[in-house]
Design a protein around this ligand. Sequence first.
Ligand SMILES: Nc1nc2c(ncn2[C@@H]2O[C@H](COP(=O)(O)OP(=O)(O)O)[C@@H](O)[C@H]2O)c(=O)[nH]1
Ligand SMILES: [Mg+2]
Length: 420
Amino acid sequence: WNLLTICFLLLGVVAAPLAAAETQRVHAGFCYFRYLLYDVNPPEGFNLRRDVYIRMASLVKTLRTAGDDWVLVLPPWGRLYHWQSPNIYQLRIPWGEFFSLTSLQANVPVMEYEEFIAENGGPFIDQVLVLQNYAEGWTDGKWEEKVDERPCIEKLMYSKDKQGYYRGWFWSYEETRARNLTCISAQGHASIMAPVLQKNITVTSVMLDRAETLLHDHYAGKDYWDTRRSMVFAKHLRLIGDDFRAKHLNSTDSSDHTFYSEDWTRMQAKLGSAKGGPYLGVHLRRKDFIWGHREDVPTLKGAVKKMRSLMKKHKLDRVFVATDADGEELKELKRYLPEMVQFEASTEDLELFKDGGVAIIDQWICAHARFFIGTSVSTFSFRIHEEREILGFDPKTTYNRFCGDSEKECEQPTHWKIVY
Ligand SMILES: Nc1nc2c(ncn2[C@@H]2O[C@H](COP(=O)(O)OP(=O)(O)O)[C@@H](O)[C@H]2O)c(=O)[nH]1
Ligand SMILES: [Mg+2]
């Protein structure tokens, strides 16, 4: 990204004497940027959002192959349904608090939203495209890829202000506004948006709302894995996790053969090379996963029975449990499994790392266990699978999930191999 760096420098020099509003129109030869912003359906959680990032990064790569210098603007974190710790401020959290920006940059050009505001000369987005499905569904029950401008189907989460600008959530940046808004019915992979953004739309900044509507360009292909591997957790969170492993789980990288390179492009651990720390790692998803009485999610008793049998089988005397269980359930769980080890964040920790950081620390510790078992179709567990795959664990120790107490066919998670 040397060109990009030079470009930023040039842009700074050229733009400095101009009024802020003018800067966005500066074309300095090869460095005229276009910005792709996006957001996701509000109820979606942290780990599905990480998946949507992969789809958007893929779209930006496609856009860049056609010549325009597109940059992906990272949607600030905040107001996530599961981030309920009281009395801490959890809005406008930049990606740099959770992920290593230099690592993301080594995959595709990205910038934080506040950088975008500064560079763009203000909190203005030229065009919002609200993605939706087709009102008529799949015609003739036939799946085809298509994208068309259509009337908005759902009630819009935006309203027009007196000046004619569109106001909306915009990650709580209430001064942000959009100049234009249209609804687009889209059915297909992320890059079907490329022709629309290249031909039909010529403005500088475009935001795709409801970006989860678009599918992966190629799930688990090379491009998917490049982006996934670039999503390196922020160093301070990894360090806290490593500290905890050493202190409470007798686990260090050298004894566990879990070598990690700061530079993800240099990581290519052989499957089976990682041994992992001498503990069972567990992700036990509760809350909304048990409210629907799903038959693929165990009772606490059932889960503990499985944990004990795994500990015995793999000769592990420690168990680390990551869970979103509420107070009552947690008490019950600890009654059945008094020796369980948990990462319990102090108030100060929580203020520093936020719920998202604590979730990452939990995932990091689970990713380093000798054997891991997660919860059926939880994206939180899926992200742990991927992390373990990157570290080079034997797939047998990773792709495991709890079965419901009376689940008949308990299909285990799929092994997705990294394409380097
Ligand atoms: N710290 C921590 N948080 C969890 C755990 N399980 C669930 N959560 C929280 O609940 C959210 C679950 O939503 P999501 O990330 O979408 O995963 P999914 O719903 O399981 O697919 C996470 O983002 C966390 O905020 C856990 O084991 N530890
Ligand atoms: Mg979720």
